[in-house]
Design a protein around this ligand. Structure first.
Ligand code: AMP
Length: 282
């Protein structure tokens, strides 16, 4: 596996891959890889001639009081894992090369960025959209792979790609979970053992709401109440938001709250100090 850190060198190298008629699959990550990330790499490996994974802990998507400095990093282990999955290139740029002195451009995807996590993490999705747009321009990939675990992120990126005529096809892959249902996340490494047990409450709440919907509950407000009740019963959990939203637009479910089409059940909660998110589409 080749490793490059210079954006311009990576762009030139990948342009030659494309010109040689080989398809490129891109998997953007912030590293500290787990099976969720690797599932994207496997899918990319199966569908493309050349697989690029990027590792970049993007400072512009972290708020001033968030965990940028503490975010887990393990480039040695990540390199070995990507190599084992058959990735062809690891792109791991420095922040100073991604954001040159005087950097002054950003990609703001209004509307879908403002709901759910957007209310609690102002500027987060502008940071995400900007860096993903840069990665798309650097990689010139045919396809790029994202996890449904970060549901709102997939909606923001698809909207950006559509609005800006980005030629890269966006592929969304299912959330990979631990045996007890907890969605895999680099941030799970922050959890103390009692918190790790408590963290299963997110998936329990989502599953209960999904079961209720599958058993005929059509009122979005009732699904939200059910999720809140379950999370409220876990002393180590503090809810940030629990919502049932239109799965395409992330907008609220009609004025009477009756579900008609696909709905995303979305949760954010703190377990101790660790903020976790999860979702299910019903
Ligand atoms: P991150 O390193 O957290 O920025 O994640 C990089 C990519 O991996 C994003 O597209 C995430 O949605 C995806 N991802 C993270 N966790 C999971 C998971 N448990 N299952 C599937 N994809 C995931």
């Amino acid at each position: 596996m080749k490793i490059l850190s210079s954006p311009s060198e990576t762009q030139a190298f990948l342009r030659n891959i494309s010109r040689a008629g080989r398809t490129i699959g891109l998997v953007p990550t912030m590293g500290c890889l787990h099976n969720g990330h690797l599932s994207l790499v496997r899918r990319a490996r199966a569908e493309n001639d050349f697989v690029v994974a990027s590792i970049f802990v993007n400072p512009t998507q972290f708020g001033p009081s968030e965990d940028l400095a503490a975010y887990p990093r393990n480039i040695g282990r990540d390199t070995a894992l990507l190599e084992a999955e058959g990735a062809d290139l690891l792109f791991c740029p420095q922040s100073s090369d991604m954001y040159l002195q005087g950097f002054s451009t950003s990609v703001a995807v209004s509307d879908v960025s403002e709901r759910l996590c957007g209310e609690f993490r102002p500027g987060h999705f502008t940071g995400v959209a900007t860096v993903v747009c840069k990665l798309f321009n650097i990689a010139g990939a045919d396809k790029a792979y994202f996890g449904a675990k970060d549901y709102q992120q997939t909606v923001v990126i698809r909207r950006m790609a559509r609005d800006l005529n980005i030629g890269t096809e966006i592929i969304i892959c299912p959330t990979v979970r631990e045996a007890d249902g907890l969605a895999m996340s680099s941030r799970n490494s922050y959890l103390a053992p009692d918190e790790r047990k408590a963290a299963t409450v997110l998936y329990r709440a989502l599953s209960a709401a999904r079961n209720a919907a599958e058993n005929g509950e059509r009122n979005a407000g009732n699904l939200v109440l059910l999720m809140r009740e379950i999370i409220g019963a876990e002393p180590l959990a503090t809810i940030e938001y629990a919502e049932a939203a239109d799965a395409d637009t992330l907008g609220p479910i009609g004025s009477i709250g009756e579900i008609a089409g696909p709905v995303v059940l979305a949760l954010a909660a703190r377990i101790g100090k660790t903020r976790l998110i999860d979702n299910l589409v019903v």
